[in-house]
Design a binder for this molecule. Structure first.
Ligand SMILES: NC(=O)c1ccc[n+]([C@@H]2O[C@H](COP(=O)([O-])OP(=O)(O)OC[C@H]3O[C@@H](n4cnc5c(N)ncnc54)[C@H](OP(=O)(O)O)[C@@H]3O)[C@@H](O)[C@H]2O)c1
Length: 276
C-alpha cells in the first residue's frame, strides 16, 4: 500500500476514497472513529486524529503519498495541520496532496484561506513533494446560505463566486493520487465553470424550492451584528462573514480550466447538482 487517505468519514474524503477503491487503488484510511470508516475494497482502516503523532506515524509507515483533507475549522487549525505534516514527514512520506483553498494567501480576505496558506507554507518548508488543490467554495454548500425567511444575506456586494462541486474535486484528487509523480509541485485552482452572483443563487433557489428567494447585500457591520448571539466563537463568525467579503472583493471569482484538463469533463453546474 503506497497511499494514506484522510477525511474518508467526511463528504470530500469519502468521495475520493470511493473513487480510488473503484479503480483498484489500495489505500490506508486514517480515521478518528473506525466504525464510521467507509468499507471499501483494498482499504485498511487505521485509527488516529491529526494531532495523535504516534498514530499518524504508524499509519504513514512505508507510505509514499498522503492525501491530506484540511481539518474541520478551529482556532488552532494551523497547529493541527502542522502536527500532522510533521508526523507524516517523520514517517518518511515523500508527497503530500493537500486540499487547500482558492487564492490562499497570508492576507486573504477570507480568514480561513489564511490557514490554508500557512499550511501550504509549512509543507513547502519540510521539503517534501506536494500538490495543492486550491478549491473554491463548495458548490454543494451554496444553498446553505439561504436563511429560513427565504433571504440570502451577506456582505458579498455584487461579487461572484466560481464555486466547485465536491464531485469534481474528488475526480481531480483521485486522478492526481493515481499518478502522483505527474503532479509533483503543481498548484491547481479548482473552480466551477460559471461565476455566480448571489442573485443568481437566489434565482436558482427560487426555482428549486418553489418559493421566492432573494439576495439582500449587508454591510460588514450588519453582517457581524446579524451573526452575533448565535453563541459562535469570534474566529468562527469572522470566517462566516469574510467568506462573503471575499466574494465582494472578487477573491473567489475567476474560472480555472483545471477540472476539465485533469478529469476530461467540464465542471458540474449548480443546476446539475441534486436540489438542496
Ligand atoms: N471549500 C469550501 O467551501 C469548504 C467549506 C467547508 C469546509 N471546507 C474544508 O474542506 C474540508 C473537507 O470538507 P468536507 O465537506 O469533506 O468536510 P467533512 O464532511 O466535515 O469532513 C471532514 C473530514 O476531515 C476529518 N477531520 C477533520 N478534522 C480532523 C482531525 N483533526 N483529525 C483527523 N481527521 C479530521 C473528519 O473526520 P471526522 O469524521 O472524525 O470528524 C472528516 O472525515 C473541511 O474539513 C474543511 O477544512 C471547505
Amino acid at each position: 500500500v503506497a497511499l494514506l487517505v484522510t477525511g474518508s468519514t467526511g463528504r470530500l474524503g469519502g468521495r475520493i476514497a470511493g473513487r480510488l477503491a473503484a479503480s483498484g487503488v489500495e489505500q490506508r484510511l486514517l480515521v478518528r472513529e473506525p466504525w464510521r470508516a467507509p468499507r471499501l475494497t483494498g482499504a485498511i482502516t487505521m485509527r488516529g486524529g491529526y494531532t495523535d503523532a504516534d498514530a499518524v506515524r504508524a499509519a504513514a509507515e512505508s507510505i509514499a503519498t498522503v492525501l491530506m483533507v484540511s481539518a474541520t475549522e478551529s482556532a488552532d487549525r494551523v497547529d493541527v495541520h502542522t502536527a500532522f505534516i510533521d508526523a507524516v514527514v517523520a514517517a518518511g512520506v515523500r508527497h503530500i496532496v493537500y486540499i487547500s483553498f482558492y487564492n490562499a494567501a497570508p492576507d486573504a480576505t477570507f480568514s480561513f484561506a489564511r490557514d490554508h496558506w500557512h499550511t501550504e507554507q509549512h509543507i513547502r518548508e519540510t521539503g517534501v513533494d506536494f500538490t495543492f488543490l486550491r478549491d473554491n467554495m463548495y458548490l454543494d454548500f451554496l444553498p446553505l446560505m439561504l436563511g429560513r425567511d427565504g433571504v440570502i444575506r451577506g456582505p458579498a456586494g455584487e461579487g461572484r463566486v466560481t464555486a466547485v462541486a465536491q464531485d469534481d474535486i474528488a475526480d481531480v484528487a483521485a486522478a492526481v493520487l493515481r499518478q502522483p509523480h505527474a503532479h509533483k509541485g503543481a498548484t491547481y485552482d479548482l473552480t466551477g465553470g460559471e461565476a455566480l452572483s448571489l442573485h443568481d443563487l437566489a434565482a436558482h433557489l427560487s426555482r428549486t424550492t418553489g418559493r421566492p428567494v432573494r439576495y439582500e447585500p449587508e454591510t460588514i457591520e450588519e453582517a457581524y451584528a446579524s451573526r452575533a448571539g448565535h453563541g459562535a466563537a469570534e474566529w468562527e463568525v469572522t470566517g462566516w462573514v469574510t467568506t462573503y467579503v471575499a466574494i465582494a472583493q472578487g477573491e473567489l471569482d475567476g474560472v480555472s480550466e483545471a477540472v476539465e484538463r485533469i478529469t476530461g469533463h467540464p465542471p458540474l453546474t449548480l443546476q446539475q447538482l441534486p436540489a438542496g
